[in-house]
Design a binder for this molecule. Structure first.
Ligand code: ATP
Ligand code: MG
Ligand code: FE
Length: 354
């Protein structure tokens, strides 16, 4: 089947067509259109929900039109409409959900309500046809989790952040150092010229028995170091970014290692695989650390191409397509869910909605 996916949960307005032939394990991306709202939010140093919602209203119909045109498809070629219905900013979720429902109703096609996190989680199946089970490190703007993916719609959260998400920590670091928004790519870029050993920063929760993550102490320590320096020159900024990225990578390595060991002990899987997904998965230092870690522990390592790490609609179309193949469809009165955990049995930790 061919599925139109719509993504509007944050600050990208995106639409894509994805197809799979029969039971093919992987998908084919026919088009993948993304309109980023960077310029609309840059002046505020972060996403402004009201501005984001209005920009989605403004752009979504053109983005959908382009997704069809670039795929050379008409409505007759589309078998179902999938949209992100959560988690995310409610204004954007409403725009995408209502648009998808309207198309589904007008064209008499099934509507699929997709969890944005499941979109990130299933990306290695779209690109590589990866079979379940696998271990997933989901690192994005709003989430930092280790998830056991057992099957479609069957996810167990093994670890989560007790405070900030990792992408959020990158973004706050960028803001503090005047590197603009979004911060992750800017921090990574600045870090390449920096000395990772110049500033002593904490490795939160490293060595602890609990499997979770924490990044807010790191952010505070970085602010103290930056404040102590006063006026920052380019070298200071590069060294701060490199030291931050090194602290993050060290902490992640320790945290992920715990879950690799647990996976080995609990899951009967002759070919264990670790997947990294979400916007932060684009980071090359993190990818190369994970690759080495996986080699050492006998895990295969899979990271989507960077353009499929950050938010896109191809992953939403694919998640919808996987559900459609199992005969799923969602009712048109289904409401968007600003909070929607991948693992419904997982409680948010204290001080965190994630
Ligand atoms: P969620 O998926 O949790 O709902 P989101 O959709 O807003 O949140 P994504 O678009 O998946 O998040 O990821 C965006 C985040 O990824 C931002 O915080 C951004 O700074 C971060 N990011 C992007 N590229 C890099 C990079 N090269 N290094 C580090 N972080 C990065
Ligand atoms: Mg985004
Ligand atoms: Fe995302």
């Amino acid at each position: 089947p061919t599925v139109l996916g719509i993504e509007t949960s944050c600050d990208e307005t995106a639409a894509a067509l994805v197809r799979s032939d029969g039971d093919a394990a992987r998908g084919r991306i026919l088009s993948n259109v993304i309109h980023s709202q960077f310029d609309d939010h840059a002046a505020y140093g972060g996403v402004v929900p009201e501005i984001a919602a209005r920009a989605h209203v403004d752009k979504l119909d053109q983005v959908v039109r382009r997704a069809l045109d670039e795929a050379g498809a008409g409505w007759d070629n589309v078998d179902a409409i999938a949209a992100t219905t959560g988690p995310g900013l409610i204004g954007g979720l409403i725009v995408g959900t209502m648009t998808a429902k309207a198309i589904a109703l007008a064209r008499g096609k099934p509507f699929l309500a997709v969890n944005h996190l499941e979109g990130h989680a299933l990306t290695p199946r779209l690109t590589d046809g990866l079979a379940f089970p696998y271990l997933l490190l989901l690192v994005s703007g709003g989430h930092t989790q280790i998830v056991l993916a057992r099957g479609l719609g069957d996810y167990a959260r093994w670890a989560t952040t007790i405070d900030d998400a990792l992408g959020e920590a990158f973004d706050k670091t960028a803001k503090l150092l005047g590197l603009g928004y979004p911060g992750g790519p800017a921090v990574e870029e600045a870090a390449t010229a920096g000395d990772p050993g110049r500033f002593a920063l904490p490795r939160p929760l490293k060595g602890e028995d609990r499997p979770d993550f924490s990044f807010s102490g790191l952010k505070t320590a970085l602010r103290q170091q930056a404040t102590a320096l006063g006026d920052l020159d380019d070298r200071d900024v590069a060294d701060l970014c490199a030291s931050f990225q090194k602290a993050v990578t060290d902490t992640l390595e320790d945290r992920v290692r715990r879950s690799l060991v647990r996976y080995r002990a609990e899951i009967a899987d002759p070919s264990p695989t670790l997947v990294v997904a979400g916007g932060v998965a684009a980071n090359r230092a993190i990818r190369s650390m994970l690759e080495t870690l996986c080699e050492r522990h006998g895990f295969a390592f899979l990271a989507p191409p960077t353009e499929l790490c950050s938010d896109n609609a191809a992953m939403i179309a694919w998640a919808g397509l996987e559900h459609l193949r199992l005969g799923h469809a969602d009712p048109l009165d289904m409401a968007p869910r600003p909070r929607w955990p991948l693992d419904p049995s997982s409680e948010p930790l204290i001080g965190s909605g994630r």
